[in-house]
Design a protein around this ligand. Sequence first.
Ligand SMILES: [Zn+2]
Ligand SMILES: [Zn+2]
Length: 417
Amino acid sequence: MAEVEIDLYEVLEIERNASKEEIRKAYRKAALGSHPDKVPEEEREAAEVKFKMVQQAYDILYDEEKRHLYDTHGMGAFNGSGDPGMGAGPDLDDILAQMFGGMGGMGGMPGGARPKKPRRSPNEEQKYEVSLEDLYKGRTVKFASTKNVICSLCKGKGGKEKAQAKKCSTCDGQGFKEVLTRMGPYLTQQTVACSVCKGDGSFFSPKDKCKKCKGEKVTEEKKMLEIYIPRGAKEGDKIVLEGEADQVPGQEPGDIVFHIAEIEHPTFRRAGADLTATLDITLAEALAGFSRVVVKHLDGRGIEITHPKKPGQVLHPDQVLKIPGEGMPHKRSDARGDLYLVVNVKFPDEKWTPSPAELEKLREILPKPEPPIQTDVVDEVEYDPQGDLEDFGANDPRGGSGWEDEDDDEPAQCAAQ
Ligand SMILES: [Zn+2]
Ligand SMILES: [Zn+2]
């Protein structure tokens, strides 16, 4: 049977960023389409499993907290019960593996055959924060990781070499129990692993337990791991260490999956392969030009600019200087994005105290003002040089502010039917 990683988003046929409303709609559509009452007799069994899966997907994805857990840890976060860390519970992986692992030999799910163990232990998903410098240059990172490995003494048996495991009386050796669980609006019968024997159907008495792993079948081991962050990698990229997740007896180990998160940079902002930064210049530089290093790039190089190229060109606030090829590298290619420098003119502050003669000289050098405005009456007025546009419209008796809040209220949501 093929190994299939089942994705709850795929079950509902929605995007990973689907809204709650989209999830609800997709759920209704999928639930109707797979309702066991709506299919021919011979497809009923399969439909029941699909129906149950759709309900589970909805149950997890519609709940923000559970959805977050699923997004970060995958199904490993749920021991099937929908509540992380609650121990015994139906294993959705089992249900899904049965669903996709072929319908044959199911022996009447739900309510019958012992669920098979998933063939892979859960992946470990974790966020990995990387600086923009490292994403620019690429980097190899080594770190120590502790993981469960199959006990080397008992080879995952859990008991001493010649010892026989005893049949669990709680579940009569079955390893599971049937319970009724609430799944959203539905009551469903669920197969739950036995908590006494942990789903094995048998266990070793204390004196027969393996001395090394104390019957746990696995031991903790420290291992040095190494990941390579390729240059040009970006937020959301995954780095997979295959088979490095915790080992579980009888299963292929899952992967450790790192999700790259980009640390905000004090100088550069990134969009795809392009970079942008602020180019601070003085008023004198804006008018008279300059030739200097304007920014230290992510690899430590100084980026030098000479302005103007022809005498007399002035730099304006918010003018953009585009430097081709100085953006981020593209992955697996020599191409690079571009660097956009946005001009910020720093006007002189109160520390600048020119003499009247100097100011007169400036007036002579700089362009002359527009001709004066002609009116019949002229009032000379007082003013506050530190006015604030936040106050603009604030005294409107209707409570309206001159500034519209960008709150696009969506039309009232229809109540769930
Ligand atoms: Zn052992
Ligand atoms: Zn048991």
